[in-house]
Design a protein around this ligand. Structure first.
Ligand code: NAP
Length: 249
């Protein structure tokens, strides 16, 4: 067992894609994993747990809406009652509701801000209380390349992901004196269910913009998240790591 053996790690959106790959990365070190997912069809969450179990990892996945403040508070209270600590939070849950702005409904705007940004407030505030007492902890939130460069049809999503960056830098300043590090990872164009729905033509035009010439794998992002939460990144806080094959530099 490595340095992560006793760490309690919470990953929102851990059932699929980048969150699942991140869970597998922490599993290698024997971390105790608390995942959150939301789809009533829990097949993906069950598959993730089955893989983790086969690797001998203690893991659980909770069907919760992380955009709900009381729901997140109750989950964190339960985790603290049972584990007594929380060492890592990965704010990964995210959705898209793409539409050009003149056609975007208020519901599409609100849904994306709630899941992608409000959840980051909910979960971060909930873990900070115990982390401040512990005087240790690591928080990584998933932003996006579109936070920096914008994207046609993604005004809501880009706003949420740019919000994550401002939030990360502000909170990093607030808690650094207690040895809590707060960083962000901004993926480019990654092969997951989120991008699988895009038309082939759109995918091809994105790939043309990537100097490394391919979409990223979930593991490419998970490796950066994991590294940020390791002692190898002990002197990094308030930073954003871009994992995008050179799409934005
Ligand atoms: P994904 O495959 O669509 O998975 C999204 C995850 O979020 C799922 O586990 C989903 O759970 C969970 N989730 C959604 N709404 C939730 C809610 N209200 N409460 C709890 N969990 C919820 O997405 P991904 O591509 O892995 O993306 C992961 C993160 O990276 C997101 O924040 C995304 O914005 C960001 N990102 C992705 C890309 C990319 O190209 N893929 C690029 C830049 C940034 P269920 O399965 O139960 O619905």
């Amino acid at each position: 067992m490595g340095e992560e053996a006793s760490r309690v790690v919470m990953i929102t959106g851990g059932s699929r894609g980048i969150g699942r790959a991140t869970a597998y990365a922490f599993a290698e070190e024997g971390a105790r994993l608390v995942l959150a997912h939301y789809d009533p069809d829990e097949t993906a969450a069950e598959e993730t747990l089955a893989v983790l179990k086969s690797r001998g990892i203690a893991a659980e996945s909770h069907r919760v809406d992380v955009s709900s403040y009381p729901v997140v508070t109750a989950l964190l209270n339960d985790i603290l009652d049972r584990f007594g600590r929380i060492d890592v939070l990965v704010n990964n849950a995210g959705i898209t509701r793409d539409k050009i702005l003149v056609r975007m409904s208020e519901e599409e705007w609100d849904a994306v801000i709630q899941v992608n940004l409000k959840s980051v407030f909910n979960c971060t505030q909930a873990v900070l209380k115990p982390m401040l007492k512990q005087r240790s902890g690591c928080i990584v939130s998933l932003s996006s390349v579109v936070a920096e460069r914008g994207n046609f049809g993604q005004g809501n999503y880009a706003a949420s992901k740019a919000g994550v960056l401002g939030f990360t830098r502000s909170v990093a300043r607030e808690v650094a004196s207690r040895a809590i590090r707060v960083n962000a990872v901004a993926p480019g164009f990654i092969e997951t269910d989120m991008t699988a729905v895009l038309p082939e033509k759109v995918k091809e035009s994105f790939i043309e913009q990537i100097p490394l010439g391919r979409m990223g794998h979930p593991e490419d992002v998970a490796n950066a998240v994991y590294w940020l939460c390791s002692d190898k990144a002990a002197y990094l806080t308030g930073q954003v790591i871009h994992v995008n094959g050179g799409m934005y530099m």
